[in-house]
Design a protein around this ligand. Structure first.
Ligand SMILES: [Zn+2]
Length: 443
């Protein structure tokens, strides 16, 4: 049996693992590379396998760096089935249509078209609940379990040729308001483990909420705006839920909250379908017909016209806009107006990959380039880690020890996260390897 690391090897993006086993070929995820330009070039490189021969894609969750190349896979001949959870299928729909829209703007550099994205969605033919077992030809069994990362996210357990291989996908943090904690993996022979925050210990979520409250209070009192670059999936919904509670408890002043992200708005409509999957007390809150996604301070600015009406150069507003790493989207307009203002603030609530504008700001750049202009950074920059959708080092180590594998492959991380986690797992007696991009290993 052969495993090839077609992506997320030495990087956090481009998740794609190719397994050849029992005479069959399958993928776990088929994601897009994001971040530095030379990394994004990889999206154009030939796959290290023949897409026509792949029969299955097990999709862990709906983030672009896990599913963004499925339309290219289909374009290059993939005619198999994509298996996912039901919420992931719904999320895939909005994510792929949005990705196709962005690709079509690329002109000649487009990786795929709208038609390819639609054809890809036609391949989403198998929907699994957590714990359900799928038996495939070639004696392969697959099972999805709750990864606790975003709505519908799963880690994948494959039983093949007498071995258990676990792909963590993206593993969640604990104590998050809108997703359950990650389930534990079974005893595994091989573990392919993400390591996004392999070198970090998150602060507790309560502390993060308190920091957010403080940032809002300080900024609004000074007459500035709070800009929150936010990922459309999970993070935005979570931030709204937290703001709703802070408002109800009178812990933030009356202000306008703008959700300036069409993608996040579409995602909210999906989240509203699955509130019964939320942990307590969020589930109860929604049952009581109080809707943290629709309260008096909150305004959705779905259209461009509505977005332009946001008084971004005045003060007194919280503006949540994508993209989460400031690589594009409406947040750029709000940053251009607010970064030069010492009374405003930018609150980062999620991971910022190397090479992104978000990372530059977070790393203390005194000026940045936005939409062709040089913008000085005078706004106060806040970083909130505890809202992360990713497990930190203690959770990753605890999780890996539960699987107690013969071999760990560390993926989905940058240096120094990979080295730090590798060393830590090694100290616990596990055999760890950090694969190179396109490396193939015999299992
Ligand atoms: Zn993810």
């Amino acid at each position: 049996m052969k495993l090839t690391f077609a992506g997320a090897a030495g990087t956090v993006t481009g998740s794609c693992f190719h397994l050849e086993a029992g005479g069959r070929q399958l993928l776990v995820d088929c994601g897009m590379f994001q971040g530095l330009p030379d990394l994004e070039e990889r999206n154009y490189e030939p796959f290290p396998f023949d897409p026509k021969k792949v029969e299955w894609v097990f999709l862990t969750h709906g983030h672009l760096d896990h599913l963004g190349l499925i339309p290219r896979l289909v374009r290059e001949g993939f005619r198999g089935k994509v298996a996912s959870t039901v919420p992931t299928r719904d999320i895939a729909h909005i994510m792929l249509m949005d990705a196709a829209r962005i690709q079509e703007e690329e002109g000649d550099d487009a990786l795929y078209t709208w038609e390819d994205a639609l054809a890809a969605l036609d391949r989403f033919q198998v929907h699994l609940e957590y714990g359900e077992v799928l038996s495939l030809p070639g004696g392969i069994q697959a099972k999805f379990n709750d990864a606790g990362h975003i709505l519908g996210a799963a880690f994948v357990e494959l039983h093949v040729e007498g071995k258990t291989i676990v792909f963590s996908g993206d593993l969640g943090n604990r104590g998050k308001p809108l997703v359950e904690d990650p389930s534990y993996p079974p005893k595994a022979d091989v573990l392919v483990l993400e390591s996004t925050y392999g070198d970090r210990v998150h602060r507790p979520i309560e502390e993060s909420i308190e920091t957010l409250r403080q940032a809002i209070w300080e900024t609004l009192s000074a007459g500035g705006n709070v800009i929150i670059p936010s990922f459309a999936l999970e993070r935005t919904q979570e931030v709204l839920y937290i703001l709703f509670n802070l408002w109800r408890e009178r812990k933030i002043p009356r202000c306008r909250i703008y959700l300036d992200s069409p993608l996040a708005t579409h995602a909210i409509r999906i989240f509203e379908r699955y509130t019964d999957r939320f942990p307590e007390p969020a589930r109860r809150t929604f049952l009581k017909k109080r809707n943290p996604f629709d309260f008096e301070l909150l305004e959705y600015t779905l259209t461009k016209r509505a977005s332009k009406r946001i008084p971004s150069d005045e003060g007194g507003a919280i503006i949540i806009a994508g993209s989460g790493m400031c690589t594009g989207g409406r947040v750029l307009f709000h940053l251009r107006k607010n970064l030069p203002r010492p009374e405003s603030s930018v609150v980062f609530v999620g991971f910022q990959a190397v090479g992104t504008l978000g990372r530059q700001i977070l790393d203390g750049a005194t000026q940045v380039e936005i939409l062709g202009s040089i913008v000085p950074v005078r706004a106060k920059i806040w970083r909130i880690d505890g809202l992360s959708a990713h497990a930190d080092q203690p959770i990753l180590v605890d999780w890996a020890l539960h699987a107690d594998p013969e071999q760990v492959f560390l993926v989905h991380g940058e240096e120094p996260a990979l080295s730090a986690l590798s060393e830590r797992l090694h100290r616990h007696g596990l055999s760890v390897h950090v694969p190179a991009w396109h490396e193939t290993v015999e299992l």
